[in-house]
Write a new protein. Structure first.
Length: 280
């Protein structure tokens, strides 16, 4: 009985953040996130407007994916470095930049260990990217480290109660995250942003916004995400047929509750937090 009680009261084993990162990198490398990412371009544009960046500053895009914020900053004549730990996504960003005639540096990099000197950039940005790092505090510290004093950090992060936040909760019903893992959606809360960035910030502005997911139908959205969005692709692949059907039904029910379209198409608002931090 004493031994049993001791086991129950034992602290949980520390989470293996390295293993979690490897698993996440595998998920984001699967499918083709660029198919989804390109539809989110407006968020990068709006974030650069919120930052009020002008021509000339050095800008770093962290966990850039296929480069939405990267392209938005380059269109404003900034000196941009675009980073991600998935090489295929950086290549998609290169192709987009070449098509638009934009000069951008692309570099493979881990958001938790950025290969840049302290205070190297005037602005550091991330749209729906850095929020998925396993070691949240380390990633935030790295963004602060490479941003100069008086510079700005701009983030767009899905909120816990928005559509994508609810989508991840639905996935978690079928494939629970590792014990001790922090939810990426915490980056979409003022409290967590203040906790991570507040001590080094002069000002933090956080504004809730909505991105509208517009697809041909709920089934079309599910087809695209199931085939191209790494976390969902991996989730379906890990489930047996019965649970795959259950997950599909739950996701369609979620869309049904939030869908504004009345013509069979899909128009679903997804809340995100637009954050502008001025570095102390």
């Amino acid at each position: 009985m004493v031994a049993s009680t001791a086991i129950q009261n034992a602290p949980p084993a520390p989470i293996d953040l390295g293993a979690l990162k490897t698993r996440q990198q595998g998920a984001w490398s699967s499918g083709d996130y660029a198919v989804v990412g390109t539809t989110l371009q407006i968020v990068g544009e709006e974030l650069c407007e919120a930052l009020d960046i002008h021509a000339g500053p050095k800008v770093l895009d962290v966990a850039a994916g296929n480069g939405n914020a990267t392209l938005a900053a380059a269109r404003r004549w900034c000196d941009v470095v675009s980073t991600d730990y998935v090489p295929s996504l950086l290549e998609r960003g290169r192709l987009r930049a070449a098509a638009d005639g934009l000069s951008i540096e692309f570099k493979e990099a881990d958001a938790e260990a950025l290969p840049f000197a302290d205070a190297s950039f005037d602005a550091v940005v991330s749209t729906f990217g850095v929020m998925f790092t396993p070691d949240q505090d380390k990633a935030a510290a790295e963004m602060l480290r490479v941003c100069r004093s008086g510079g700005k950090i701009g983030l767009a992060n899905w909120t816990p109660d928005g559509f994508i936040g609810q989508l991840f909760k639905t996935l978690g019903k079928y494939l629970p995250p590792p014990a001790g893992a922090r939810s990426p959606a915490l980056w979409g809360t003022r409290a967590r942003i203040t906790e991570m960035f507040g001590p080094s910030a002069r000002v933090i502005n956080a504004v809730p916004r909505n991105f509208m997911f517009r697809y041909k139908s709920p089934e079309h959205f599910l087809e695209i995400f199931r085939n191209y969005y790494g976390p969902m692709l991996k989730a379906f692949a890990a489930l047996d047929a019965a649970n795959q059907q259950g997950l599909r039904d739950d996701l369609l029910a979620l869309i049904g509750r939030m869908n504004r379209a009345e013509d069979g198409t899909m128009i679903v608002p997804s809340e995100y937090l637009e954050i502008v931090i001025t570095r102390r």
